[in-house]
Design a protein around this ligand. Structure first.
Ligand code: ADP
Ligand code: ZN
Length: 725
């Protein structure tokens, strides 16, 4: 009897066995439909011996329904799915769901109707119609997209369709993307860049797995450099994946990419429309020779897509914390990228000016190959860095910018140069309280203060998205007009700049203001055209941007990130400040960085001011070794949560009570999480600190596997955690 084992997309269903009816020829990786009770479910055929589960007797098997008309998942990807689930202590099903990330893509070919101007005119012209006809010149798209482009209602557009002014066009949903031209606009690389590119090219030529750490100072031209191996992989007819940490950075990247390769790459991120997802997924599953996707640029989720013939992976700004996913499958895309490279047997490039300590350590150990770019492109110098001691240079009450910083900004304004102020806090003020009774506005769902956003007149929680309007009176004591803002956010800093430098043209750059690709593009163009004097922004402005006239960077509060005693606080502070400093003086003019701090002698700040990266990494490495922290030992967290406080506590205690006794693993907790309420769930944490050699994942699986907890309790495991809240 012919039977198969399939992996389903639902962790509760897990693994199921089916018989194969005549005429179907499934193979490992085939995506299939199968009956389950009255329903039809999706699954992927897997090698039977790689999945544990009791075999169902032949007589009880139901037959598979169909094999879907998409290529089977390749073995390298099946191994990656298994590795990810195993390493991150996650079920296989949610990992597989990241692979099959577009339901629509799994059906057959499809067409859709789009519209374009026919050249005809309506029998009666209205201002709305006139505007639509003007703005839709040369465009083709759906009625909904046209509504957005033209800024008119769908009713107006349907009227134009009826009159024959807009004519329908039948298009293939999965039409291929325009072809990339590897030699479209090749820049002249510097000799250092050329050598760096050649090292990766050699690995491409040999078609072997190797991880490269492209460790280049800000402005050294890392992008130009890794574009060369991308061109090489394309010439080999293979696909390339570039992971970017932040969608806000994508616009600038797309522009550079198109300048170099003639057309933009294929984009993948979570807010694609379902038709775009489908088109991208199907193109990715098709080899370039057959018209498939060539270069894919995406957020971390692009890592699990079913590339037909992946030849190279680049992780840009590889040190970025946002590569770590903190819900669902808690994976780190940087690390999974290296594993994917290994299973696919292809090179992986991790690019950064401030590599993670873990990555540098791997390079030191010879596991990764470090490629250094030590100087800026075009003769630009690294900026000079100085601290401003806030205990000496105190800004006035309700102000946060010290006089030397204001003076330096004023100087740039006179010279027609640009300044950038960095503060990693969105909104106007991080805390609002009542002047009369001291009442503090807190999120009802989270252990967090509500942040005042004055531009949008809201008090908002940055953890769950809760929003409310600031009330006219205090909800506690009823006093009118009594709310005071405590502390600064970027909006408040922008106000201060406006007050001190009334002539300055200011741009506020946060995820609130740069919320769409259009806005990001507009900002970049304005800054490049010199229409902005002062940029005030959050971590969003710390990386990627290249503005040659920007010569001054001010760090508003360097101490902010050091509070809270997180394991990586010092490293993160170093990276953020080094990155934002890297925005200064990238053109012909020298850059200056002023760091406001109350602790100018703290090791991180001193290392930054001295420009001594090696000293910082050396002392941080020793601290990690001492704490048995990564890369020496490893951490894992177990987070227990429930909507019911006592249920969460009891479950955490039950887990704590069943703790294994392992000589190489120390277990701390359970204790209430610092964020003890998050999105309406009460939370407890346990923390494991293990020797590198200990098999933490196996210990955790066996430990948790033996417990039965109420279904309303959620237990998540976080291997190599970044967040300790
Ligand atoms: P990094 O990512 O290392 O900070 P970028 O890749 O942004 O640096 O490069 C800095 C600037 O120098 C960019 O404007 C880039 O276009 C330019 N650049 C770098 N290398 C070259 C080159 N070989 N030819 C022309 N321009 C270059
Ligand atoms: Zn909240």
């Amino acid at each position: 009897m012919n039977r198969v084992r399939i992996l389903t997309l639902n962790a509760a269903l897990g693994i199921l066995d089916y018989s194969v009816p005549d005429g179907l020829h499934p193979q490992p990786g085939s995506i299939v439909e199968a009956p389950l009770g009255p329903r039809t479910i999706l699954g992927v055929v897997w090698e039977e011996d790689r999945l544990t589960g009791d075999a169902v007797p032949d007589a009880k098997l139901r037959p598979l329904r169909a094999i879907l008309p998409v290529p089977p998942l390749r073995a390298a990807l099946r191994r990656l799915v298994e590795w990810t689930a195993d390493y991150y202590c996650a079920p296989l099903a949610p990992v597989l769901r990241m692979v099959l990330a577009s339901g629509g893509a799994l059906g057959g070919p499809a067409t859709t109707t789009e519209y374009r101007l026919s050249g005809g005119m309506p029998d009666r012209m209205t201002p709305q119609r006139e505007r639509a006809i003007e703005r839709l010149e040369g465009e083709q798209g759906s009625i909904r997209e046209f509504g957005e482009i033209a800024g008119v209602s769908e009713g107006v557009l349907r009227g134009l369709v009826k009159q024959g002014v807009l004519e329908p066009v039948l298009v293939d949903v999965d039409r291929p993307y325009p072809r990339v031209a590897p030699d479209f606009q090749q820049p002249e690389l510097t000799s250092a860049q050329r050598e760096a590119a050649a090292i990766v090219d050699a690995a491409l030529a040999q078609r072997t797995f190797q991880t490269f750490l492209l460790d280049g100072v800000t402005g050294s031209g890392k992008t130009e450099t890794y574009f060369e191996p991308i061109a090489t992989a394309l010439a080999q007819g293979r696909q390339v994946l570039v992971l970017l940490p932040e969608i806000a950075l994508t616009e600038a990247f797309l522009k550079r990419f198109a300048e170099r390769f003639g057309v933009p790459p294929v984009l993948w991120h979570s807010s694609l429309k379902s038709s775009e997802r489908r088109r991208a997924w199907r193109a990715i599953a098709t080899s370039p020779a057959a018209g498939g996707a060539q270069v894919v640029v995406g957020a971390r989720s692009a890592l699990f897509l079913p590339y037909a013939d992946l030849g190279l992976i680049v992780v840009d700004e590889a040190h970025e914390v946002s590569f770590k996913q903190d819900d669902g499958v808690r994976y780190n895309a940087r690390d999974v990228a290296v594993m994917r490279g290994r299973f696919e047997n292809i090179p992986v490039v991790l690019a950064s000016a401030t590599p993670a300590l873990e990555s540098l350590y791997m390079a030191e150990q010879g596991v990764y190959q470090r490629i250094a770019l030590d100087t800026r492109f075009g003769g630009a110098q690294m900026p000079s860095i100085a601290t401003i001691d806030l205990t000496q240079e105190k800004p006035g009450r309700g102000h946060w910018l010290a006089e030397p910083l204001i003076a330096a900004m004023g100087d740039r304004l006179v010279k027609g140069e640009q300044s950038l102020l960095f503060l990693n806090r969105r909104g106007y003020a991080p805390l609002t309280l009542c002047r009369n009774c001291g009442y503090r506005f807190q999120c009802p769902n989270c252990t967090a203060w509500l942040v005042e956003h004055r531009l949008s007149r809201r008090l908002a929680c940055h953890h769950c998205g809760f929003e409310t309007q600031p009330p006219a009176t205090c909800p506690e004591c009823g006093e009118p007009d009594c709310l005071v803002a405590c502390g600064p956010g970027v909006e408040r800093i922008a106000d201060e700049v406006r007050e001190r430098l009334p002539d300055a043209r200011i741009a506020l750059v946060t995820s609130d203001t740069l919320s769409s690709p259009g806005r990001a593009t507009a900002f970049i163009e304005q800054a490049q055209a010199g229409a902005i004097d002062v940029i005030v922004g959050t971590q969003l402005v710390t990386k990627g941007f290249h503005f040659p006239e920007l010569t001054l960077v001010g760090v508003v509060d360097a101490d902010l990130g050091l509070e809270g005693g997180d394991l990586r606080a010092a490293e993160r502070t170093y990276q953020q400040i080094a990155q934002v400093s890297g925005r200064a003086g990238r053109g012909a003019k020298a850059g200056e960085v002023l760091i406001q701090t109350r602790h100018p002698t703290a090791p991180v700040i001193a290392a930054l001011a001295a420009g001594d990266r090696d000293a910082f990494y050396a002392s941080e490495t020793e601290a990690r070794r001492h704490a048995n922290a990564p890369p020496f030992g490893r951490w894992a967290a177990i987070i227990v949560s429930s909507e019911d406080e006592s249920e969460a506590r009891d479950a955490a205690r039950a887990i704590g009570g069943a703790r294994p006794d392992h000589p190489d693993i120390a277990i701390l907790g359970p204790a209430p999480a610092p964020m003890s309420l998050l999105r309406g769930r009460y939370r407890y944490r346990l923390l494991l600190n293990a020797r590198r050699s200990a098999q933490v994942q196996r210990v955790i699986r066996e430990w948790l596997g033996e417990l039965t907890l109420p279904r309303t309790v959620r237990v998540s495991v976080d291997i190599d955690p970044y967040s300790f809240v």
